[in-house]
Design a protein around this ligand. Structure first.
Ligand SMILES: *[C@@H]1O[C@H](CO)[C@@H](O)[C@H](O)[C@H]1NC(C)=O
Ligand SMILES: *[C@@H]1O[C@H](CO)[C@@H](O)[C@H](O)[C@H]1NC(C)=O
Ligand SMILES: *[C@@H]1O[C@H](CO)[C@@H](O)[C@H](O)[C@H]1NC(C)=O
Ligand SMILES: *[C@@H]1O[C@H](CO)[C@@H](O)[C@H](O)[C@H]1NC(C)=O
Ligand SMILES: *[C@@H]1O[C@H](CO)[C@@H](O)[C@H](O)[C@H]1NC(C)=O
Length: 278
């Protein structure tokens, strides 16, 4: 799959609503086959949501297919979303993509519903830290043994997957022994032909196509988002402020941390009395 066509996917999948209601749209060159994988590569990994306290406990974000819990008990409630679950909710949403095919030989792209970043937790924060260069090999072996002609048709070039953590976490050089940080998933020759949709993809290498982080708080679909934007645009707003960004925890002074400190410390003005996930 060319990088241009994958860019078009990203555009379709993230900016327009994936579950397009326009079922008559032309599917030529847009057929996707979802490759069935054993549950150890996806759903089983969700059950370990509290197994890595050093990372986080994301169990409370699992409801609604990874969109997270509702903030209110009414039908138009927004959701609290944990970006780590991008893999899960992409998987759920692509089921509504209008150009799915059951026949891999007709597909223009093969989606691998592998929860790459969740499978990485055992290497990043768990007991398998010293074998982080193995991350992904089990999947590769499966793909080459199970219905091998699906891979062989284009040597994996038409395969893509979604990764919910930055490329930095998966690009550990094989020469680091013991490992410093990250798995070597994106360094593996076995996956060289596979496209990854990934937040903070690196600028080089066509395999990584950067996608936005899911916001921590959002509605279930673009119609609700549109009506909220309309309401905000029509309301009187005397002062505007938007800050999107976390982190900034390095020892050296930096803008992100200064803004966060400001928001956290200053309750007197009533401008921003708390750090808020937007
Ligand atoms: C869950 O975590 C434990 C401890 O790291 C690990 O041994 C096990 O393989 C994990 N299970 C899955 C399904 O990833
Ligand atoms: C919604 O209702 C359920 C059942 O009454 C309750 O357990 C839950 O806390 C409520 N959620 C919110 C966000 O109010
Ligand atoms: C990983 O390797 C380092 C260095 O060899 C060692 O100190 C550490 O105990 C190992 N960690 C685990 C979880 O085996
Ligand atoms: C990747 O594609 C090249 C051809 O472009 C092929 O030679 C190579 O074997 C493929 N790699 C794998 C792991 O299938
Ligand atoms: C806090 O906000 C008030 C009111 O806007 C402002 O006068 C004050 O300088 C701020 N203090 C700090 C520490 O930012």
């Amino acid at each position: 799959m060319s990088s241009k066509s994958i860019n078009i996917f990203i555009f379709l999948l993230f900016l327009i609503r994936l579950a397009s209601s326009d079922r008559t749209s032309d599917c030529s060159n847009r057929w996707i086959y979802i490759r069935p994988l054993p549950s150890r590569f996806n759903f089983d990994l969700l059950s370990n949501c509290s197994a890595y306290p050093l990372f986080d406990d994301f169990c409370s974000y699992l409801p609604n297919h990874g969109l997270g819990p509702k903030t209110h008990n009414h039908s138009l409630s927004w959701y609290r979303t944990d970006p780590i679950l991008l893999e899960q909710f992409f998987h759920r949403r692509i089921l509504e993509y209008p150009c799915l095919t059951q026949d891999p030989t007709l597909a223009n792209a093969i989606y691998l519903p592998y929860y790459t970043a969740l499978d990485a937790l055992k290497y990043l924060y768990g007991p398998e830290v010293n074998s982080s260069n193995q991350h992904g090999l089990e999947l590769y072996n499966f793909l080459r043994k199970d219905v091998p002609h699906i891979w062989d048709r284009h040597a994996g070039h038409d395969h893509f997957l979604v990764i919910s953590r930055p490329a930095w976490d998966f690009s550990q050089p094989f020469t680091n022994d013991p490992p410093v940080w990250g798995t070597s998933f994106l360094e593996l020759a076995e996956f060289y032909n596979v496209t990854s949709l990934i937040p903070e993809g690196r600028a080089w290498g066509w395999q990584e196509q950067a996608v936005p982080y899911p916001t921590s708080y959002h509605p279930s679909n673009s119609v609700v988002l549109g009506s909220w934007l309309k309401r905000v645009r029509n309301s009187r707003r005397n002062s505007l402020m938007l800050f999107a960004g976390g982190g900034g925890v390095a020892a050296t002074p930096n803008i992100r941390r200064s803004i966060r400190n400001e928001c956290e410390d200053n309750t007197s003005g009533g401008y921003a009395d708390k750090e808020v996930n937007i």
